[in-house]
Design a protein around this ligand. Structure first.
Ligand code: FAD
Length: 322
């Protein structure tokens, strides 16, 4: 019997986020050829996202477009998504493990009384079941899980499941009228974005991250220059955030963002377990630290023992030549 997997699309400033394509690939990996892929697109003035999705290989795109959904609101979004679910009737639902996905997925799981596996980094489709793998103990071990019942809910960690070529026939689209919940709380209209860079930290391919070794807000400038040259984003340890060298929106780790870039460059970061929890799955880790005994070197692929204020500008100059 064929299954239906529903992917919850995420968008920012009208553009679909990369994690949406990764979630579609995750849906493919957890299904067979006979299964159906549905997409839920919720928001306001989502025409550009519809355009991006229109030639993606899927059976149906459900759209709910309403001014109340302009910004993420847990109550409004979970109600709208439940409307889609009631029509799509999916066996599995996939979200990005983003700030929104982390909030919305458990709400939906609870409403559906569904099992949930969060922060999935790989999917293996065996003959009669699908195995979802997720890191545990701050990335020191991996847990493999299967669902015993459906519907199920999964969130996938961005930058782990690469988005394959998803082009297909023009998908069928269905607009659903938004049913406003009776007790919608007030939404503060202004969204304050506290990001310094041009690239979204959680989706960046290269992250240049600074710790307490950066010593001041001014000390982040060379890191920003390196990130600019590499087309990457700037991140930080909690040590740096606590010391007020940068904004908490840059914090990476157990209580910050989880990133999985191609390259993670840790500058003046000691490598505390809580920091490592947020970056240990990076493909290549480069550590710059003046202390050769710093624990970050234990997980680094490349280590540079030296003063970051000398090393980082040198790297920037060299990369400018490439
Ligand atoms: P430090 O540990 O002080 O390291 C600074 C490093 O810079 C040192 O290794 C030093 O040798 C090096 N250095 C100094 N000067 C230079 C220089 N000029 N050139 C090169 N290297 C230099 N931390 C996080 O990062 N993220 C989290 O999400 C997080 N969550 C936490 C949750 C809990 C419940 C707790 C208890 C802690 C959490 N922490 C988190 C804090 C964590 O334990 C560490 O305190 C923090 O990561 C240390 O930050 P740091 O590496 O920047 O600073």
């Amino acid at each position: 019997m064929s299954k239906t997997i529903l992917v919850v699309a995420e968008h920012l400033d009208g553009a679909l986020r990369q994690v949406t394509y990764e979630a579609m690939q995750a849906a493919r990996l957890s299904s067979t050829n006979n299964d159906k892929l549905h997409i839920a697109l919720i928001g306001h003035q989502v025409e550009d996202s519809i355009e991006s999705l229109s030639y993606v290989a899927c059976e149906k795109i459900y759209v709910i477009d309403h001014p109340d959904l302009e910004q993420y609101n847990p109550e409004a979004y979970s109600n709208a998504l439940k409307q889609v679910i009631d029509i799509s009737n999916p066996d599995g639902i996939i979200f990005g493990h983003t700030a929104i996905g982390r909030d919305l997925a458990p709400k939906i799981s609870a409403r559906l009384d569904a099992g949930q596996i969060s922060d999935v980094t790989s999917i293996e489709n065996l003959d009669d079941h699908v195995v979802f793998t997720r890191p545990i103990y701050a990335g020191k071990a991996f847990e493999k899980k299967v669902f015993q019942s459906s519907p199920w809910v999964v969130t996938i960690r961005p930058n782990n499941i690469s988005a394959a070529d998803l082009r297909g026939e023009k998908a069928e689209m269905e607009q659903i009228e938004y049913a406003k919940p009776a007790s919608l709380r007030t939404v503060i209209k202004d969204v304050v974005r506290k990001t310094s860079g041009k690239v979204d930290l959680s989706e960046a391919k290269i992250v240049v991250s600074g710790g307490r070794g950066v010593k001041s807000a001014e000390g982040f400038k060379p890191l920003e220059e390196l990130a600019d040259v590499l087309g990457g984003a700037v991140g930080a340890s909690r040590g740096a955030c606590d010391a007020d060298y940068c904004d908490y929106s840059l914090q990476i780790g157990q209580t910050g963002k989880v990133v999985t870039p191609e390259v993670y460059i840790a500058c003046g970061i000691s490598g505390a377990i809580q920091h490592v929890a947020g970056m240990s799955q990076s493909k290549i880790i480069v550590a710059i630290n003046k202390d050769p005994e710093a624990p970050i070197f234990q997980i680094a692929d490349y280590g540079i023992v030296g003063d970051l204020f000398e090393v980082v500008p040198l790297l920037t100059e060299e990369f400018k030549k490439v």
